[in-house]
Ligand binder design. Structure first.
Ligand SMILES: C[S@@+](CC[C@H](N)C(=O)[O-])C[C@H]1O[C@@H](n2cnc3c(N)ncnc32)[C@H](O)[C@@H]1O
Length: 305
């Protein structure tokens, strides 16, 4: 498929106008002086400023945490994008802990990116497996979690191939990944075989008005919104293929039910940066505490993937 004109133009400009069309160097963020979201990190705090700056330059970080001394570990994406210290644990991970009581659970994190949510999970869960489809993210997760003193089982893995994983877990942590999938229905059905207790999915979903494409999976028709991912594997925050499919919340709920989760609760979707975002939680065995939440309510946690 031809690449969109904007990307072709950028590439052409880079070839003929070296030094002018390339992305300008990222302005530097300060290393010190961050007051918000300090997270104790004894192994980071052992580093002098010069060595921490070296660690921050060593890998192409696009997000950052702050150590107990208020120093940056990682980097921003760009001004306005992941340009603030990230809390550990992420508020959604904390909600997930309230819902699933993670202390005795094995959690798998899909799309661990740079390991920030992974550190929070390691603080809360008995065991953590963290996977990502981009090698660069796997390396960054291993480095970040090691500096926080954790050793989650971290490896390169495409979550569209869950049938190849070879083990079960208790809970699935899926933030900002589901909407990058090319075969989301197959993925949801596989979750039924993977998760002994439940799943927490935070994702972009289809705007019903734009769900104009359709597909048939196992004899059932689904509408979806097609999303082009023209950079494929090259964009390290994106999916692994040329496009993904945004699904309708009601279909996600239905398929999770068919996959074996007896209690599925969709929180009220919200609009954020022109996309409809939803959180959907599911349990294999219903919990009365979850029933008390009512069928739909607002989850008061901002989505920031
Ligand atoms: C938008 S980022 C979200 C990162 C993080 N979970 C968060 O919420 O901030 C999407 C992440 O999912 C990963 N990803 C996308 N498609 C994947 C796939 N098929 N298998 C594994 N990881 C994937 C990307 O590499 C990236 O790290």
């Amino acid at each position: 498929m031809a690449r969109p004109l904007s990307i072709r133009l950028k590439r052409f400009a880079r070839r003929v106008l070296p030094g002018t069309a390339a992305t300008p160097p990222k302005p530097k963020l300060p290393l010190t002086g961050f007051a918000e979201h300090r997270t104790e990190a004894p192994l980071v705090e052992l580093l002098d400023d010069e060595t921490l700056a070296e660690l921050n330059d060593l890998l192409p970080w696009r997000s950052f945490t702050v150590d107990g001394k208020g120093r940056r570990f990682g980097n921003w994406t760009r001004p306005g994008r992941r340009d603030q210290p990230q809390p550990v644990p992420d508020p959604r991970t904390a909600v997930m802990d309230e819902l699933f009581d993670l202390h005795d659970k094995h959690v798998i994190e899909f799309g661990c990116f740079e390991g920030i949510h992974t550190v929070g999970l390691c603080q809360l869960a008995r065991e953590v497996t963290a996977v990502d489809g981009h090698l660069e993210n796997v390396v960054k997760t291993i480095v970040r979690t090691a500096f926080y003193g954790h050793r989650p089982n971290t490896f390169l893995f495409d979550v569209e191939r869950l049938e190849d994983l070879g083990f079960e877990v208790d809970v699935v942590h899926s933030l900002g990944v589901f909407y990058h999938l090319r075969e989301p229905i197959h993925h949801l059905m596989q979750l039924g075989k993977l998760a002994r207790v439940g799943v927490f999915i935070d994702t972009v979903v289809a705007d019903p008005a734009k769900a104009t494409e359709s597909m048939v999976v196992d004899g059932t028709a689904y509408h979806y919104e097609r999303y082009e991912e023209p950079q494929g594997r090259k964009a390290v925050r994106a999916g692994l293929y040329d496009h993904s499919k945004f699904m309708l919340v009601d279909d996600i709920v239905r398929v999770l039910g068919a996959a074996g989760f007896e209690q599925v609760i969709p929180f009220e979707p919200v609009w954020e940066r022109e996309h409809l975002k939803a959180t959907i939680i599911a349990r294999r065995t219903p919990s009365p505490a979850w029933d008390a939440m009512g069928p739909r309510r607002t989850l008061e946690v901002p989505y920031n993937a």
